[in-house]
Write a protein that binds this ligand. Structure first.
Ligand SMILES: NC(=O)c1ccc[n+]([C@@H]2O[C@H](COP(=O)([O-])OP(=O)(O)OC[C@H]3O[C@@H](n4cnc5c(N)ncnc54)[C@H](O)[C@@H]3O)[C@@H](O)[C@H]2O)c1
Length: 396
């Protein structure tokens, strides 16, 4: 069968789908990005990145309408040899994995796809989901279907660089799926690591749970140090200096965003809620904003204070506020009557003020995320400062 396009990415306007599509289009693949968000589709079509991905926009402008095309017409998914699925896979408001969205997507796509296409799941999935998708597609006795799982492991903001640098885990539910996916990703990745579907499903969740627990470790150490009037940053620096076995100890700070907590919870749910370390990490990481507020409450009547939060995104130097703990911090502070001011370098919100005004008007300044711009921000000596990352200049 002849396909007029090489790849169609479902969820192609998202944080995972868009940089991947740009990367494939840049090596000459004909890529169609399909997404239900038609407003963002229109903006990308004009050559604008809808979020910060370093180095992406110049490539987007180069490839748009040449090898990269956008659509919100589901019919278009027929036209591509490979279908890559990169929609969100969140947990619900009760912290349970939302399994149905992905299966429903395949039910919805079924009239437009055929067994001649190779389907690659890129979204992070709850274990056994790939097999369930195969069962869903095979129900009408069609097939054999070729489904691969190639989990994304990039760090948001740096996908263009990391897609070229990181080894790619590839698994397939058929030999053809495994070979096709390896062949495709082998064109952008330096190394292909073939594993079974179950290994790949666990590998992705383990990766994020591991990172989340590492952050929890640092945050727990921070809280122990703070209760002992010791600067955790100094302890950490002393530990890692020339001591390789401790290099993995991160600095303390909010561990937030749409992936780490969510994937830790998926793993816990998969293991019948038997993931003590994961749950403990959640208690520590999600408890950090409350800990900071309690420390301040021990010193001040917050109802008489203006508190400024510097940085509202979930990670430094990007514009994504999804599941950022800065908002949780703000809510707890407001609960105790504080007047709370927000500022960010990248995320836009009409209620935010600029960083200079924030530091001028706040009695207490808390760094929510260490944007590079804060390295040179002058903070009045009179202000109380909570700066877990030590990003602000010394001597404020
Ligand atoms: N963001 C990251 O850095 C990152 C890294 C690794 C893995 N992941 C995983 O990748 C997946 C996607 O995450 P994301 O951050 O890109 O999410 P996202 O919300 O940024 O992107 C998802 C896109 O899918 C679109 N979409 C949703 N339902 C659709 C449908 N039925 N048909 C077509 N389009 C649809 C949305 O409009 C959106 O543009 C998740 O499983 C996530 O866990 C994300």
């Amino acid at each position: 069968m002849h396909f007029s396009n090489d790849i169609c990415i479902i969820g192609g306007a998202g944080h995972v789908g868009l940089p991947l599509g740009i990367t494939f289009a840049n090596i000459g693949k004909r890529v169609v990005l399909y997404d239900v968000n038609s407003k963002v589709i229109e903006s990308i079509r004009q050559g604008n990145m809808p979020f910060i991905e370093y180095d992406a926009e110049p490539i987007l402008k180069k490839v748009i309408n040449k090898t990269l095309f956008l659509t919100s017409d589901i019919n278009q998914i027929k036209t591509a040899q490979y279908i890559i699925v990169a929609i969100g896979t969140p947990v619900d408001e009760y912290l349970n994995p939302k399994l149905k969205a992905l299966i429903d997507l395949f039910i919805q796509m079924r009239p437009y796809i055929s067994p001649e296409q190779t389907i690659i799941i890129r979204s992070t999935v709850y274990p056994r989901t790939c097999g369930q998708i195969l069962n869903t597609l095979s129900k009408d006795a069609s097939g054999p279907w070729h489904i691969a799982y190639c989990p994304e492991r990039i760090i948001q903001g740096y996908a263009i660089r990391e897609l070229r640098e990181l080894p790619q885990l590839v698994a397939g539910l058929s030999d053809k799926a495994l070979n096709d996916a390896s062949q495709l990703f082998g064109q952008i990745s330096p190394k292909i690591i073939q594993v079974s579907i179950e290994e790949a499903e666990l590998a992705k969740l383990f990766t994020n749970a591991w990172r989340y627990i590492q952050f929890a470790m640092a945050n727990q150490f921070y809280m122990i140090s703070a209760g002992f009037d010791v600067d955790f940053n100094k302890v950490r620096r002393a530990i890692v200096d020339g001591y390789g076995r401790a290099y993995g100890l991160p600095s303390a700070g909010f561990a937030a965003g749409p992936c780490l907590l969510k994937d830790t919870l998926q793993l816990a749910a998969f293991n019948n809620n038997n993931f003590l370390l994961g749950h403990a990490a959640m208690t520590v990481n999600e408890g950090l904003p409350g800990f900071i507020v309690e420390q301040l409450r021990a010193k001040y009547d917050l109802s008489k204070k203006k508190v400024g939060i510097l940085g509202m995104t979930f990670k430094a130097d990007i514009d994504d506020t999804r599941d950022s703990l800065s908002y949780k911090l703000g809510k707890i502070l407001r609960f105790y009557g504080a007047e709370v001011l927000y500022s960010d370098e990248f995320a836009k919100d009409p209620t935010f003020i600029n960083k200079e005004e924030l530091v001028r008007s706040s009695d207490i300044i808390i760094v929510g995320v260490p944007h590079t711009a804060y390295k040179t921000l002058k903070v009045p000596k009179s202000a109380e400062v909570v700066d877990l990352w030590r990003i602000l200049p010394e001597g404020h």
